[in-house]
Design a protein around this ligand. Sequence first.
Ligand code: ADP
Length: 667
Amino acid sequence: MFNKLLIANRGEIACRVITTARRLGIDTVAVYSDADAAAKHVAMADEAVHIGPPAANESYLLGERIIAAARQTGAKAIHPGYGFLSEQPDFVAAVEAAGLVFVGPSADAIRAMGLKDAAKTLMEQAGVPVVPGYHGASQDPGELANAAAEIGYPVLIKARAGGGGKGMRLVNRPEEFSAALAGAQREAASSFGDPACLVEKYIQQPRHIEIQVFGDSHGNIVHLFERDCSLQRRHQKVIEEAPAPGMPAAVRAAMGRAAVEAARAIGYVGAGTVEFIADGAGALREDGFWFMEMNTRLQVEHPVSEAITGLDFVELQLRVAAGEALPFVQDDLSIDGHAFEARVYAEDVARDFLPATGRLDYLAFPEGTEFERGAVRIDSGVRQGDEISPWYDPMIAKLIVHGPDRGAALNLLDAALSRCHVAGSVTNLAFLGRLARNLDFASGAVDTGLIGRDVANLAAEEPPSAVVTALAALGALGLLARREGIDPWDLLAGWRHWTDARQYVQLEHEGERLSLEVTGLHDGSFAVITPEGELQLAVAADGDNRYRVTTDGVRRHAEVVTTPGRVAVFLSGQAATFQLPDALAESAADQGAGDAVFAPMPGVVRVMNVETGATVSRGDVLLVLEAMKMEHSLAAPRDGVVAEVHVAPGDQVTEGGLLVALESADS
Ligand code: ADP
């Protein structure tokens, strides 16, 4: 085994790899960009090397810099994590040419699976079922349209170099085919530099089921059962689980065999995932699943498989990379219980899941293990006080739960999500919580359309309860802080001068103004008049930001976090952040009263639709900003005439930067 490992990644996966390396007595080297100088993965590693500015293509994607960092620190091997350089065959070749070990498959294996069309041909030859379709060389629209007719509508057009759901088009009718193909080719060319597309039968009500495989350099290949990743939003995984609900033993064995064949066909070494699409319209069948693609790396969702197999996949990766044989054969492996993983993101669910940024003023996870197997496991690359920067994936944490059966694990998931408390950025936690309580999901009736069919309900904001609002009022008035740290067991707020002292406070929640009246009572409790009515509550401090709140004879734990301009309240699974009026006044000023468009986050201008002097209507898209790996259309705030254009396509903009100004409304 090598004695020093460089991790060519950041965030939770870098921390995850460091944890296992440390347990194995391997020294670790982190790499970091300017944006990550104070990041958790840097703090955790034994050594760290600065590799460039925040933009990934100037740091985490620079193979030579990373190899130089390994040389400089004497690291013998490089673990790529997922994303970034993990599936770049040229990087693998460069690592090996430098005399270092790449913890992953060979460059050839990555190349073989890199393009969807070639991979499908290869899999067909290996006897692995592939989705019926056309994956030949021709890109002639007429020929592809004929192929689509032969396959039978509906069909799915996919970019052969695609990933992340980009360049995919569902086509329901022959007359829509040519326009859809042109669109897919354009998107493929701009996203992947390769316009080539393939055509597939569109599977109605599909389930995404993937098989974890592992190979070693001695020719052994096993599978470690399946994960069901059908809970997706726009082809992005949201909650994953292992094993798949309703998986018959015979289908599991057939999928496992097919995955092992797929890996064997390319001489696979290391951890990999063979993704299948399965017909979810009825029970899973041995003839009802088809190869989609192989991911030649560790997956984000690997912890659910670790949970049910009791194995540490990073340890296995390192052992295999060091030349050791897998320590088991297929028959040694079995499934223990059921596991779920939920991906907690800084994103604004109400604004179409727009990625969010911000400083994590408060971050409390449920009790659990970190990066290691447990009933509740938290894999997170951020700590309280850290910044979710616009430069990378806005993931806050992966919450992984493991129980004796699916129902028990789902209960744990719901509880763990409700105990995950974040202030300082919006998150998808409430959305994940509603998903965990969704009845179709609970019954195991999952397919990739589940979230989309019900997204309005799943994404709906619930108004805060009266108790939550009352606590926010107390927090905003500084009535909770007053006795903190003096005697945590005492009731808060003095009873002496408080009698009938009435205070008023205004809060805003989701754009709605709330006026509240608070009265301190003789016994130290408070009467609060909220829009929902009056209530009386007693509050006792219980540690930093923690309180015991009693209303109507029921005592509950709450967390109240006040930061300049904001107060966040967490109470029994409810979470709400309120803004204080001063902050509102400031942000209203920032918005220039609707006369201008500012950058909502740092990014690059991709498209500029207007020039100075143009007449625009409210809602017209003025420009398209690419940020956080997605495109965001920025629209005119009102009807008017463009007075100033401050950016051009290709320009980098900072958050809050003025992009376009309209002529003032009264000029
Ligand atoms: P990408 O590489 O862009 O992520 P994939 O080929 O992995 O694309 O497909 C992403 C998702 O799209 C799948 O998880 C599934 O939900 C859906 N999908 C892919 N192929 C089909 C198909 N033939 N029929 C129906 N849905 C599909």
